[in-house]
Design a protein around this ligand. Structure first.
Ligand code: ATP
Length: 306
């Protein structure tokens, strides 16, 4: 019997490994959507991060040659600062984060980190310096602990728990019968968009990268969840160079600088107060959002009164 049991065990082991491997590859590809054509230059050195300052220098970009998306953008994200990008849908906001992560190369100009053109360094070193909290997080078919620890595989359970606490997801996890050992993903617990995003934030807190890209969820979250996520994001972006891609204005009020992007150009820049005083596009976007929020609030109050 032993003669059969051992190979069967082994087959089981291999099967589990392959299945997890496939889930990982699948998740990575859907998260990263990596175009195959980006390659390291021969002998490219690793990125040497000193302070983590980002610079976009006259960056132009198109996906298709007949449709220019970014039309010459220049801006800095000084080390440790938070710069938020806002603007109408389709303006090119998320494209900026894809270029910084080097899913695509710029078609003109350059992007540097601490003075190094990101095309001259290895992609591996670039991506290990950047923490990305994407719009939609794909979780691995494994436990919550595994999904958080993915940010730094050597982390202890205490560190995983601490990251979950900072990401405002610990109280939720503690309500689950199996806590951190709860299975999530396709065959496990289905987490809501907001919960998944907080798992991604916890993962990023563990990874502790010098640079952060936060691509906010476009889907509307309820006010309570949004506030929790905002608290989590404030924690993780403290003292890190952070580029926030904001699809809602409520989350950018405290940014050191806000860039207003319209049809691939920066049309306004400044702090929230400066932009409001300018009375331009940001000001009208802000008013529109406030009206929408107030209408929603009235609707909710009316429903509760019924
Ligand atoms: P939103 O707030 O709606 O997410 P955005 O400002 O983030 O919008 P981007 O996702 O950067 O907009 O897209 C900018 C433009 O580039 C859009 O017109 C979009 O259709 C186009 N685009 C995005 N990805 C691709 C792609 N892979 N191939 C071709 N065009 C693309």
């Amino acid at each position: 019997l032993m003669q059969i049991a051992i190979p069967l065990n082994f087959v089981g082991f291999i099967y589990r490994e392959i299945r997890q491997g496939l889930a990982d590859i699948e998740s990575m590809f859907s998260v990263l959507a990596v175009p195959a054509e980006i390659e390291d230059k021969p002998g490219a050195p690793a990125l040497a991060v000193s302070s983590g300052a980002i610079r976009f220098e006259d960056v132009t970009f198109h996906y298709d040659p007949d449709r220019q998306i970014l039309k010459g953008l220049t801006f800095d994200v000084p080390a440790g600062h938070t710069v938020a990008v806002v603007g109408p849908s389709g303006a090119g906001k998320s494209t900026l984060s894809r270029l910084l992560f080097r899913f695509y190369d710029v078609t003109g100009g350059r992007i540097t980190i601490d003075g190094q053109d990101i095309r001259d360094i290895t992609q591996e070193s670039l991506r290990s310096a950047i923490g990305m909290v994407p719009q939609d997080t794909v979780l691995f078919n494994d436990t919550i602990a595994y999904n958080i620890r993915y940010g730094r595989p050597g982390a202890s359970l205490e560190e995983v728990q601490e990251a979950a606490r900072m990401a405002q997801i610990a109280p939720f996890i503690e309500t689950l019968p199996k806590g951190f050992d709860s299975e999530v993903g396709e065959r496990g617990l289905k987490l809501s968009g907001g919960e998944k995003q907080r798992v991604a934030i916890a993962r990023t807190i563990l990874k502790a990268p010098p640079i952060l890209i936060l691509d906010e969820a476009t889907s509307a979250l309820d006010t309570h969840t949004e506030r929790e996520i905002q608290t989590a994001l404030d924690q993780v972006s403290q003292n890190r160079t952070t580029l926030v891609i904001a699809h809602r204005l409520s989350t950018v009020v405290n940014a050191d600088q806000i860039l207003v992007l319209e049809a691939g150009r920066i049309v306004e820049r400044g702090t929230h107060a400066e932009l409001l005083a300018m009375g331009g596009l940001y000001h009208s976007m802000w008013n529109r959002q406030r009206e929408a929020d107030e209408a929603e609030e009235r609707l909710r109050a009316a429903r509760e009164a019924d």
